[in-house]
Design a protein around this ligand. Structure first.
Ligand SMILES: Cc1cc2nc3c(=O)[nH]c(=O)nc-3n(C[C@H](O)[C@H](O)[C@H](O)COP(=O)(O)O)c2cc1C
Length: 184
């Protein structure tokens, strides 16, 4: 797919199934992260690859975190939390990993990690791979952050769900450019 076509047509896909994208397709996705705008070229990010049994392990971590908030949580709710990571065969966790820099504040470094995530969304779409950026309360939960091995200077920017598109994809509305682009 041409770059502009990919940028103009990217869409999130919530229903994702196996198989995983193959290694060459994944490498294209990973490489695209490194072309995010990055003030000071700090590469203020790292990514965890979660697949196979690790998806279930992540579900258990979510359950542990939810139980620490509410030990009487309803079993159905807990089961739904446990199953969240199973919505795709692969999750990439984007972690912003701040670097000390006199001119580049933390906020800008987090924006770069977000831009890296967006690049990966577009690279996935361009290759016909379904993808969806998710966060939710688990992304900000201290037990989840600790369980995934985050250090003090790190945050979860995204759980990027990736997989084979399963089912119809919604159609896109034409953007109303004139409402959002105005002359000053
Ligand atoms: C930082 C961030 C976090 C998000 N977290 C969630 C989420 O937890 N659950 C969800 O359904 N959508 C979430 N979204 C939105 C979807 O990824 C998606 O962008 C949205 O459903 C619109 O679909 P589109 O990307 O096809 O336009 C998040 C988006 C961003 C940028």
């Amino acid at each position: 797919m041409k770059a502009l076509d990919a940028l103009h047509s990217r869409i999130s896909v919530a229903r994702l199934s196996s198989p995983l994208p193959d290694a060459a397709v994944l490498e294209n996705i990973y490489r695209s992260a490194f072309r995010a705008a990055d003030h000071g070229l700090l590469q203020p990010w790292r990514f965890l690859i979660i697949k196979h049994a690790a998806l279930e392990k992540l579900g258990e971590l979510f359950v542990k975190a939810a139980l620490s908030d509410d030990s009487e949580i309803a079993p159905e709710k807990l089961e739904s939390i446990r199953r969240k990571p199973l919505r795709a065969p692969l999750i990439l966790v984007t972690i912003s990993s701040l670097k000390e820099h006199p001119k580049v504040p933390a906020y800008e470094q987090e924006l770069s990690a977000a831009a890296a995530t967006q690049n990966m969304l577009v690279a996935a779409h361009a290759q016909g791979v379904g993808a969806m950026w998710r966060t939710g309360s688990m992304a900000y939960h201290p037990q989840v952050m600790a369980g995934l091995g985050l250090a003090k200077h790190e945050k979860i920017i995204a759980f990027l769900y990736l997989g084979t598109i399963d089912g119809p994809v919604r159609t896109l509305a034409e953007p109303q450019l004139h409402k959002f682009f105005t002359e000053w």
